[in-house]
Design a protein around this ligand. Structure first.
Ligand code: CA
Length: 333
């Protein structure tokens, strides 16, 4: 009992050493009660050994299954990550191609129609393979009000861009005092136009329209309303061939929605080729003269958004380029 033999017991009995092994492993159960018990002892011994072997086998199998499952899962994760990475790289490259394509398209448009690009959406679905798509959107940033310009004064000391921002806010039934808080955010001094309006001011121009969200008073509703008409890029002149109705209606204190609609009707048949032509629109004679220094008939900056999808992985590149194709802004997501 003190020493166990190193010989492995046979699984199904055998001729040699059966009783000896049985007693050594489980002596109490293999003791013969009656005569001829040697056979029973042999059977009990074999069953016991078979049971032990089965448990060991099951343990080994279970461990192997666990290992295999874990390995397969790791491989699955790695493969999926790799596929996603590949798709993301492809989508990124296609989105970049979309940006390049846009510059060529803008060049063509410039040749044919020198006054305006406006808004353009180009879904491209051909020859990119299954599960792959590219959507390009172009937008004239000159159709918007440059918010960094609201402090600019005219010869009379007035701030016409600031007035336009106030008009735009009022157009959407928003408190026009928000324009004062925005002005304090931008201006370099710390003299508040409204109580506490300089408390957390940046005192520098905005880098992006999204920065408006940081300014007190510009909540989501305000931002969603005004941001489509605001830019921080361009030549500070508002393109009267592409500006939308709310901004046209905010150009001048005497502007009305009716006049703004007339401008849109006019340009649809004959786009403005010169800023002075705004005075040709009925009722726009004196306003047209007043706004001469703040308007243009050409695009100076274009926002290009290219959205590429490869097998459900999407990459979006947003850029703003001037008409000489200098990149003013680039963001990839
Ligand atoms: Ca300030």
């Amino acid at each position: 009992m003190a020493e166990y033999p190193k010989v492995s017991p046979p699984l199904t009995g055998g001729d040699q050493g059966e009783g000896e092994h049985g007693r050594l492993i489980t002596p109490t159960r293999t003791l013969p009660r009656q005569g001829g018990g040697d056979k029973k002892e042999k059977q009990g011994h074999s069953l016991n050994q078979a049971g032990s072997a089965l448990i060991i086998t099951l343990l080994v199998v279970t461990t192997l299954v666990a290992l295999t499952v874990e390995f397969a899962y790791e491989v699955y994760i790695d493969t999926t990550s790799l596929a996603n990475w590949n798709n993301a790289q492809k989508a990124s490259l296609i989105a970049k191609s979309g940006q390049t394509f846009s510059t060529k398209y803008i060049a063509e448009v410039k040749k044919r129609a020198p006054t305006a690009i406006g808004e353009l959406t180009l879904p491209i679905t051909k020859d990119l393979g299954t599960g792959t798509g590219l959507l390009i959107q172009m937008e004239d940033e000159s159709a918007k009000l440059n918010i960094n310009n609201i402090l600019q004064q005219n010869l009379s000391g007035e701030m016409p861009y600031m007035d336009s921002l106030k008009n735009l806010l009022e157009y959407f039934n928003i408190n026009p005092d928000i324009a004062l808080i925005i002005a304090d955010w931008i201006d370099s001094d710390s003299e508040p136009r409204l109580p506490r309006s300089e408390d957390i001011a940046k005192n520098a121009p905005l880098w992006s329209v999204e920065e408006l969200k940081l300014i007190p008073g510009v909540n989501k509703e305000v931002f969603d309303r005004i941001s489509p008409y605001i830019t921080v890029f361009g030549d500070n002149l508002i393109n009267i061939n592409t500006a939308k109705l709310p901004l046209l209606a905010s150009l001048h204190p005497d502007m009305t929605e009716t006049l703004a609609k007339r401008i849109i009707d006019y340009r649809e048949t004959s786009p403005f080729e010169d800023t002075s032509h705004l005075q040709r629109v009925t009722g726009m004679k004196s306003i047209g003269i007043d706004v001469l220094g703040r308007i243009s008939v050409k695009t100076s900056a274009i926002r290009v958004t290219s959205r590429a999808t490869v097998n459900d992985i999407t990459r979006i590149i947003e850029s703003i380029m001037d008409t000489s194709y200098n990149i003013l802004f680039w963001r990839e997501a």
